[in-house]
Design a protein around this ligand. Sequence first.
Ligand code: S3P
Length: 182
Amino acid sequence: MGKNIVLIGFMGTGKSTVGMRLAERLHLQFVDMDREIERITGMSISQLFRKHGETRFRSEEQLMAQKLGRCSNLVIATGGGVVLHPDNVAALKKNGIFVGLEASPEVIMSRVSRKKGNRPLLSKNTTIEDIEKMLAAREEYYACADIRVDTTGQELNKVVNEIITQVRRISYRRKNHPDLRV
Ligand code: S3P
């Protein structure tokens, strides 16, 4: 059973863009958790937050994490808050390698500025300092990544190559040294 590659990281670190290209390169199916939640609920993430609140969104997210954790051979782009719930991490780790994407607060700010309307946790008044604070508060959660890749100033293909190299390395180590926590 082929492991899933699970992309985690803060909003605007490139999970969806990188995930799509990575899946293409590895001939794997790509799943974007937020798009799946939108498909199933028939609402955009913003609508879901507005009409039913964050709690409802988080429970949809949890169901989706459980479901995807039972799948294999997927590249999964998670929402930035998936790792906040330990059950989500446990479910997705069962058959997944976690790739943590990172970016500087400035790069995150410029990427999310284009699509703030789709991100209920950010508003047009969100500042770099707000992003820095959120990043600091979440740092310990993103630390569950098996591999970490900084996307700041990197070309998409370079990021994808780096992930492929590291995933292969880790898969090799896990296969040959199953007792090591690598
Ligand atoms: C969230 C990130 C969003 C989306 C939701 C909550 C978060 O996904 O799941 O708005 O808590 O960081 P992206 O990371 O794809 O923007």
